[in-house]
Design a protein around this ligand. Structure first.
Ligand SMILES: [Zn+2]
Length: 351
């Protein structure tokens, strides 16, 4: 595989496709993943008991407000469950899913290929490194060039010996404050983007300044910001003027926490998220300012409790619940089509 074969096309786990074939796309999801790098053992005895319980309806009351604290909730390991859940999106009219699990999130290329065959969904696989909390000890001595080479290999040759190729660089993990290894991983990812023409997707830490710091590092490292996405705008960039500043850099702004309607008072620090209706209001403000072509939306399902199997909203949530609210608020079919189809098509096609 060389770069000329990739240019103008989208790379799925089952091979290259024309961008026209992408259809309605969720640009940031997880189907099989291990998010246990987020797990912290609590000190209190009774809390210890509940964080190690399997996810069942008996502890749903607790899970709803204690986000990212139950270990089992962070594991999406069941391939058959993934197929069943992903089919809900297909049956609702969806066509493609970008699976952002990369190194540190239990990426499983062979499973994604099987899920794609079983569901008929097109799946784009991630590459590169997630958060510092998931890095192995070798990350300290790894050079920037070595990381770049690994990402380029995943895209050009395939993951390990599977022959299954990644189609996007991401989600690249950044904490707050950012660690040195995360800066190194960011610069290496920017270089891999330059070498392959792939889209670059970055997860910012939980601070208002995190997104802009990432953009500055990427810009300096030679990234193409017009082919870069900042994730989790709905928790990480809460000031309207900061969203405009970010949009002015040319990057995509991804509202990918659709379905999370709550606030999480007992988490490490308070996270008060907008609900879906407010997310749509913010998106409409960005459209008014001329940034329609830079908006992506998704559900970032990586917890069991987000799935229907465990009482959550599932992969068809945007199709079933969000699009009708967009219409009710006055968004046009054309705008919805741009966000659900045209923007992902443009974003994920290699250049
Ligand atoms: Zn994610």
């Amino acid at each position: 595989m060389d770069r000329s074969e990739l240019a103008g096309r989208i790379q799925t786990v089952l091979g290259l496709i024309d961008p026209e074939a992408l259809g309605i796309t969720l640009p940031h999801e997880h189907l099989v993943s291990d998010g246990s790098c987020w797990f912290n053992e609590p000190g209190e005895a009774t809390t210890k008991a509940i964080v190690h319980q399997p996810v069942t309806v008996d502890i749903l009351w607790w899970l709803r407000y204690n986000l990212f604290q139950n270990r089992d909730d962070m594991l999406l390991l069941d391939e058959q469950e993934a197929i069943k859940e992903a089919m809900q999106f297909k049956l609702a009219g969806g066509a493609s899913i970008v699976e952002m699990s990369n190194i540190g999130l239990g990426r499983d290329a062979a499973a994604l290929a099987r899920i794609s065959r079983a569901t008929g969904l097109k799946i784009i696989m991630g590459s590169g490194y997630y958060l510092a909390a998931s890095h192995g000890p070798e990350m300290d001595t790894k050079t920037e060039e070595e990381i770049t080479d690994e990402i380029v290999r995943d895209i050009m040759v395939g993951v390990g010996n599977t022959g299954i190729r990644a189609g996007v660089v991401g989600e690249i993990g950044c904490s707050w404050p950012m660690t040195d290894n995360e800066r190194k991983s960011l610069r290496a990812s920017a270089r891999a983007q330059q070498l392959t023409g792939a889209h670059l997707n970055v997860h910012p830490g939980q601070a208002e300044d995190a997104a802009m710091e990432i953009i500055q590092i990427l810009d300096k490292a030679g990234a193409d910001l017009s082919r870069t996405t900042i994730d989790h705008i709905d928790r990480a960039v809460r000031e309207p003027e900061n969203r405009i500043k970010l949009a002015k850099t040319g990057c995509y702004l991804e509202y990918d926490l659709f379905g999370r309607e709550g606030y999480y008072p007992t988490h490490v620090r308070l996270i008060d998220l907008p609900n879906d209706a407010h997310r749509i209001n913010e998106i409409m403000e960005l459209i008014d300012k001329g940034y329609l072509n830079q908006i992506l939306i998704s559900q970032d399902i990586w917890n069991k409790t987000q799935r229907r199997t465990y009482g959550g909203w599932g992969y068809a949530h945007i199709m079933h619940n969000t699009l009708p609210v967009m219409r009710a608020k006055g968004m046009t079919e054309e705008q919805i089509h741009t966000i659900m189809v045209d923007n992902p098509r443009r974003a994920f096609a290699f250049v």
